[in-house]
Design a binder for this molecule. Structure first.
Ligand SMILES: *Cc1c(COP(=O)(O)O)cnc(C)c1O
Length: 401
């Protein structure tokens, strides 16, 4: 039977202490014990179902982590205060000084900055390459390569990663495949395709409300336990823990994620087709012309579509600014970074979420200066939204009147 992340969420039975259908928020930093020995056992991770201190585990966080593990089909998960908290902890847990990482050269700007600048502190070496070039990935492997890192759908170019092939390469050389699935929850289940660790910014589609930042790390029970080990766990010792109130609110939003993803995808497909018809060069993995279209079709779960992200090149940063300002004024959505919101959000990637990438590197990876990235919203009348967009595109000369 095919893996269905939406059914996995539906099948969760998470009752609170009083039968509360939304488990109560555990508003406690610390937990009391009736016996001193149980406390010691909990410290050493040997007392099942006991909680010690909320930087380690909190029941509200456990509910959300269990939901994430169910959705990804991994043994376990842990939730973090941000997507970057998840990514940085997950990476540092696997690498020692002198180790090597291979990464897609197109990733979220914060991830790029962490791997390009920050891990130098630990003398960790990183190779940046075109992750769709599998030969280059294999050729870049070294004896000390610990991680092959990629995003299922890369930011902001929307390239598709061949997760099964990348897993095979990584495993052949004893490395782990770590995949950021932030753009494609429900649509792709990386752990089912061979990824060892799946990381998320829950801030985006998974929560979908833009009211908080949060993240998650999904993987084997052994790996998750290592992350929160009191002596050596990166998550335990660096402490990027999520607040239980937020865990509780995100958990409720996960139950509508499958419906939202379908609507984001449907609207994005409509806009991608219509904008192509009027002559724009649109980048959307749902279009047959997209280089990753067939690959995505071969790895995706059915029903959820090709995702909510589209982009086109406005030609220059100035033109991008002009059309974005007009679209905001006319009500298409908001000129804002981030994604996965119920309203459409758009930004010029090179000047915002990828501004950490130096300009010459942006050119090298094919990131055009005028690239406008859209996170398409849940609009009920996307035809009407398109008409407004078209007016803006004509007024700014991007589409001939
Ligand atoms: C936003 C984002 C992140 C970082 O997440 P935060 O919650 O902002 O820390 C990581 N990866 C991708 C693909 C993102 O879009």
């Amino acid at each position: 039977m095919k893996f269905d992340p939406a059914s996995k969420i539906q099948d969760l039975k998470q009752f609170g202490e009083y039968g509360d259908v939304n488990p109560s928020v555990t508003d406690s930093a610390t937990f009391t014990f009736m016996q001193a020995k149980t406390m010691l056992d909990t410290f050493h991770g040997e007392a099942e179902g006991c909680f010690l201190y909320s930087r380690h585990w909190n029941p509200s966080n456990k509910y959300l982590a269990d939901a994430m593990a169910a959705m990804e089909g991994t043994e376990a998960a842990w939730v973090t205060a941000s997507g970057m908290g998840a990514i940085t902890s997950a990476i540092l847990q696997l690498c020692n000084a002198g180790d090597h990482i291979i990464t897609s050269r197109t990733t979220y700007g914060g991830t790029f900055a962490f791997l390009h600048n920050y891990v130098k502190k630990f003398n960790i070496e990183v190779s940046f390459l075109d992750i769709t070039d599998l030969k280059a990935v294999e050729a870049a492997i070294k004896p000390n390569t610990k991680i092959v890192y990629t995003e299922t759908m890369t930011n902001p170019l929307l390239q598709i990663s061949d997760i099964p092939a990348l897993a095979e390469i990584a495993h052949k050389y004893g490395a782990k495949l770590m995949v950021d699935n932030t753009f494609t929850p429900m649509i792709v289940s990386p752990a089912q395709l061979g990824a060892d660790i799946v990381v998320y910014s829950l801030t985006k589609f998974v929560n979908g409300k833009n009211d908080c930042v949060a993240g998650a790390i999904c993987g084997s029970a052994e790996y998750i336990a290592s992350l929160i080990d009191v002596n050596n766990g990166t998550a335990m010792l660096l402490g990027p823990v999520l607040d239980p109130f937020r865990s509780s609110s995100i958990l409720k939003n996960i139950h509508t994620l499958h419906i939202r993803m379908m609507q984001h995808s449907k609207n994005a497909m409509y806009l991608a087709e219509k904008l192509t018809e009027v002559g724009l060069h649109v980048n959307y993995p749902g279009l047959k012309a997209h280089p990753g279209h067939n690959l995505l079709k071969s790895i995706m779960n059915e029903k959820f579509g090709f995702g909510g992200m589209i982009s086109f090149d406005a030609g220059s940063a100035e033109k991008a600014a002009e059309v974005m300002e007009m679209m905001e004024n006319e009500g298409v959505g908001y000129l804002a970074v981030s994604l996965g919101y119920f309203k459409t959000l758009f930004s010029n990637s090179g000047k915002s979420t990828s501004s950490e990438v130096p300009e010459e590197k942006q050119k090298e990876m094919g990131l055009a200066e005028g690239l406008v990235r859209f996170s398409v919203g849940l609009d009920s009348e996307i035809e009407r939204t398109f008409e407004i967009m078209l007016r803006c595109l004509k007024a700014t000369g991007l589409v001939s009147a």
